[in-house]
Every structure is written in C-alpha cells, then in structure tokens.
Design a protein around this ligand. Structure first.
Ligand code: ADP
Ligand code: MG
Length: 260
C-alpha cells in the first residue's frame, strides 16, 4: 500500500498537508500522534472512504479506479466508533462481513471470527446491550469475516484498524493485537492507529508519527519513539526508557514528576 502526497480538506480546512505513506504485506504499520493530528482522516483516506488529492495504490491498483465490490475483499476497515441504530444480534452484525450477503455458503466464517475475538457464544446476544469493548470486538469479527478467507488468496489482504484496543481490557488488548500480528504473519498487511505508545513499541514493525496533518517521522519503534518526538509531537518533556532484555522503548509517566 503506497500513498503519495495526500492532501485532504474537510469542511474548509486542509487536514492532511501532503502525506507520503507506505505499508508492506507481512508487516504491522502503526500510525500514532496526538488527538486531532489526522490519524483517522488518514486511515479513512487509505481505505477509500474519503477522497483527497494525491494517489493511493493498493496491490498495484490506484484505489480511485476500483469499484467498492473490488475493494471490499481486499481490505477490511475497523472504524474508531461504529454506531448501530437497530436492534441487531451479534451474529447479524458479523455476517455483514460476508461477501455473499445473505447466501449461506460461508456461514462458518462469522462463527470462527467470533471465536477469534473471544466472543464464542455471543451470537444471539443483542449488540446494543454489549459493553463498548465487546461491541468493538464484534466489529473486528465483522472485519475479519470480510478479509480472513477469500477464494483468490494470491492477492494481499489488508486490515485497516482505527484504535482497535482503545476500549479493551489488557487481556483483550493482547487478543486483538495477536490477531493483527497473526494476520501479518500469514502475509496480510496491517495498518493500525494506536494511542498506547508502549503497546505500539512492542507490536509494530514500522511507526508513522503524525503531527498536525503531517508526517513528523517514520521508522522502526527504536528510531521514532524518542525524547525529541515526545517533546516535538506531544509537548512532553521526559526521558524515554528501554526495557533491558529487548531494548524496546517505553514511556513511564511517573518519570515526568521525578528528578526534574
Ligand atoms: N468531517 C470533518 N469536518 C471538518 N473537520 C474534521 C472532520 N473530521 C475531522 N476533522 C478535523 O480534522 C482533524 C483531524 O481529525 P482526526 O483525523 O479525526 O484526528 P485523530 O484521529 O488523529 O484524532 C481534527 O482537527 C478534526 O477536528
Ligand atoms: Mg481518530
């Protein structure tokens, strides 16, 4: 997936000011940055939901030349928030990810996807009566149903996830991040907006840091998660630490209130 010189205007304001972005199959590419820096706007643009200036290539095709039914088996999108206005059951929501809609052929996929997100047995529960974190996992199961298995597996599948672990407990954060890593290890591409810098450091191959609609920097976690980035992008003065065995960077907020 490659995006070149992306400019997006919403309302009267330019939100993304010329972004270059690249994500590779088999890798997890994370997008981080403060609230309002343009992460969701970038993800929506990469998914084709928002159109801007610049080009986006997915598996060699310009996405503006693809019809929705061509795009849909290639990439599943988990929005930051999904509102459901009608009393659907969990299974009805997940089945929306089936390519053939109401036809029964792929019926095992939604059930399997619900198991993946640790919601086996929730099929007939009312979606609206679930907790926020459970609803987010149902939506992920829908997205997995869309891209997990398709007849033409020669083409790379992509998962685009907007803050998939934001409302989850720590165990389910790992459930979801494991799903994303597994998807990448089977050759899929994962682009994920994250807030938790420590989880991002552990789990991403490449990080893009957005600041005010521009890419501040990109690279491996050890290249971009540093004191300069924390100061320039988040406006926080602290010293980044490294966990001894792996040298993965981590942010310890208490450090802000000590020794300074
Ligand atoms: N539909 C819209 N119309 C006008 N401005 C918008 C719209 N959506 C988002 N914005 C603005 O674009 C900026 C980036 O938003 P967003 O991409 O959602 O940020 P992030 O996901 O990084 O928190 C914010 O300043 C937000 O107010
Ligand atoms: Mg957002």
């Amino acid at each position: 997936m490659e995006a070149t010189n992306i400019r997006v205007t919403l309302g009267r304001k330019e939100i993304l000011h010329g972004i270059d972005f690249k994500a590779e199959p088999g890798k997890v590419t994370a997008i981080i940055g403060p609230n309002g820096s343009g992460k969701s706007t970038l993800l929506k643009t990469l998914s084709g939901e928002i159109t801007g200036a610049g080009t986006i290539t997915l598996n060699g095709s310009d996405i503006s030349s693809l019809q929705p039914w061509e795009l849909s088996p290639m990439r599943g999108v988990l929005p930051q928030a999904s509102s459901v206005a009608f009393p659907f059951t969990v299974l009805e929501i997940v089945r929306l990810g089936l390519a053939r809609g109401l036809a029964g052929a792929d019926e095992h996929l939604p059930i399997q996807a619900l198991k993946h997100v640790d919601l086996a047995g929730f099929e007939n529960r009312s979606y609206q009566e679930l907790s926020g974190g459970e609803q987010q996992r149902v939506q992920l199961a829908r997205v997995l149903t869309q891209v997990w298995e398709t007849p033409d597996s020669s083409e790379t599948k992509w998962l685009l996830l907007d803050e998939p672990v934001a409302s989850l407990d720590i165990a389910h954060q790992f459930t979801v991040l494991d799903i994303a890593r597994d998807f990448a290890s089977r050759g899929g591409g994962v682009v994920v907006v994250m807030h938790d810098l420590n989880l991002t450091a552990l789990f991403a191959d490449t990080i893009y840091v957005l600041s005010q609609g521009r890419v501040w920097g990109s690279g491996a976690p050890s290249e971009v998660l540093n004191d300069d980035m924390m100061r320039d992008v988040y406006g926080i003065n602290l010293q980044m630490n490294k966990t001894p065995p792996t040298q993965v960077p981590f942010v310890l907020p208490q450090a802000m209130y000590q020794n300074t």
